[in-house]
Design a protein around this ligand. Sequence first.
Ligand code: BTN
Length: 319
Amino acid sequence: MYRILEFLRQEKGFISGEEIGKRLDISRAAVWKGIKKLREEGYVIEAVTNKGYRLILHDTMYNEKEIAQGLATKKLGYPVYFFKETDTTNGRLRDIAAGGETEGAIAVAEQMTAGRGRRGRPWEAPAGSGIWMSILLRPNIFPSQASVLTLLAGLAVCQSIEEETGLTPSIKWPNDIMLNGKKLVGILTEMECEMQQTHFVIVGIGINVNTTEFPEGLMDVATSLYLESGRTFSRKNILQRVLLNFEKLYMELLDSHCSFAPFLDRYKEKCSTIHQEVKVLGKETFFAQAVDITPEGELVVIRKDNGKKEVVFSGEVSI
Ligand code: BTN
């Protein structure tokens, strides 16, 4: 595997799998296996049909020690549970939380084999390419207030990407982060609660950072910071920035008795959904014009079919 790495290092451009195989006297399948292993170690290797492979970045400085080092937060990120491979960080952290872990703990994975998306969809989370992180919170709030945490997580991630990369993503209500019309970040919030009491909340954040390719079918709708800018970024720096910004917003939220109102202007500034035509996929599916966000964080829309104003609480909006 490291001999393959040497070839990739020496080559300025692409080198085909066939060429590597010939020079090392191994099969193309063995080359592919080696590439896969290198990616799992954090090497970002681009693969292009008819061109071959190209080494882009060596981002191996991504483990629990590195993530904890230099973290400027007071609470979030203590401790870090780092998994080289796990099924889903949301699930792992849920188990950890059920065992009594304190607020602020995070679970981070290099690779997830069964990453969870919203509406029961899978989330692609290969090694060496993105930030797959879950954050444990134990806020004293009613379960019905928890959606505000999702909105704030979206805002924190959007701000952090802008600060770390200079790119300007936007929020698709409620909490997808988009760049040039494609999805860059997904957020999945899950909680353990009773009727009137929230035991804990897991905020799961997936950021496509150095992803060079997506499976067919996703290429048109998903993107990464690398694909949009041609540059690679340190996952550790972005992750630390997200924790810091999210912590600030979270503390402010607790101080404001969990009201979303103080964040409304900041959120609206980054939200690209307002004034767009949307498809609301709730109990009923309909087309509408998004016109505003309420101080509670809900989307105000005008239905296309009957011109009536409606407030969309959860559900999903597609543009
Ligand atoms: C979405 O469908 O948009 C939500 C995707 C959420 C993905 C993140 S990655 C970290 C955390 N662990 C998971 O299994 N899912 C979330």
